[in-house]
Ligand binder design. Structure first.
Ligand code: SF4
Length: 324
């Protein structure tokens, strides 16, 4: 694996007290202040929605394309960022922010247009990072040149890739319209530019076994991946998945199953991978199932309790070797 230069690597438990390498704790330690994300909807579409690959989108994707409620209805990037900043209850003088291009596919435009949009975001006051969410099939060298131009010391530059699973049958079930090979290729190409990548993974995809989920953890640990966002499969109202669920009533993970599977997954994860997220997050009015997803604090505490009970931590079952 190509090492991410200038990145501090922490061992889980040594510096945050948590049994896993949590991104929020990494930020607090690296910047000695609060670092918050400001979500942006820059008006991108997605090849899986505009008919290039499909008109249907991924089955779990809502009309907002995973946008934050703070971005809705505001046209300028600066207005969205200001609005998001004002929603934080505490305002501290030494807070810094990460511009987070979250909604839809944020590299799905010509490089010149991307540069203009990213420039507008990084010029917002107190910005210390740029995060760009996209699909593995919407990355190329021209785009990576643009993203690379934002690299500097003490600045969090990340690409977020929707990987979801390393199993093509699961990607088909989710209607991702790309294969795992495409994600693998994108990761190798991004590593040449030394840009850290955070991959999104969904646990509990219908038809995926426990062993297959563990294979995802083991596979990404061998790839140039610097961060992971874990999500439980939840059903959002008015999505294709909601219609399938109403018809088929397939079973979803219980809270107990999810907590146990997350711990199993993290035990197999390379110890230096930063965990950006441990579960999906959704407002009550748009969440169909499972309802335990509304109690984030309870779920996070249950994960920590389960690690304490097992006396294990991130990487406990990871075996070094074979990294790309
Ligand atoms: S790739 Fe992203 S934006 Fe596009 S349909 Fe899937 S989840 Fe939605």
């Amino acid at each position: 694996m190509q090492k991410q230069k200038n990145r501090k690597i922490f061992n889980p438990g040594k510096w945050s007290g948590k049994p896993y390498n949590f991104f929020g704790d990494y930020l607090a330690a690296a910047y000695s202040c609060r670092v918050l994300k400001l979500p942006i909807d820059a008006g991108f579409s997605c090849p899986n929605r505009d008919g290039t690959l499909s008109f249907d989108g991924c089955v779990f994707c809502s009309e907002e394309g995973s946008a934050s409620p703070t971005t809705g209805g505001l046209s300028s990037i600066a207005d969205q960022m200001l609005n998001a900043k004002n929603t934080f209850r505490r305002s501290e003088k030494d807070t810094k922010y990460i511009a987070y291009f979250q909604a839809f596919t944020n590299t799905y435009a010509p490089p010149e247009k991307l540069k203009k949009l990213y420039d507008e975001a990084v010029n917002f006051p107190d910005i210390t990072g740029l995060m760009i969410g996209t699909r593995p099939d919407c990355i190329n060298r021209e785009i990576l040149e643009v993203i690379s131009s934002y690299k500097k010391e003490n600045f969090e530059l990340w690409i977020e890739l929707g990987l979801q699973s390393v199993h093509d049958k699961s990607l088909e079930n989710l209607n991702r319209q790309h294969t795992f090979k495409q994600t693998d290729d994108a990761l190798i190409m991004i590593a040449e530019y030394n840009i850290p990548v955070c991959v999104h993974v969904i646990l509990g995809i219908p038809g995926e076994t426990w062993a297959e989920m563990m294979e995802t953890a083991e596979t990404i640990s061998k790839l140039p991946v610097a961060g992971v966002k874990l999500h439980h499969l939840h059903i959002i109202k008015d999505t294709p998945l909601a219609y399938i669920y109403e018809k088929e009533q397939f079973s979803l993970m219980s809270l107990k199953e999810y907590v146990s599977t997350v711990c199993d997954f993290i035990e197999r994860l390379r110890p230096d991978i930063l965990i950006h997220r441990l579960m999906g997050d959704r407002m009550e009015e748009s969440l169909l199932q499972p309802k335990w997803g509304l109690h984030k604090g309870t779920v996070l505490q249950a994960i920590e309790d389960e690690f304490s009970r097992r006396c294990t931590f991130q990487g406990f079952l990871y075996t070094e070797g074979d990294e790309k």
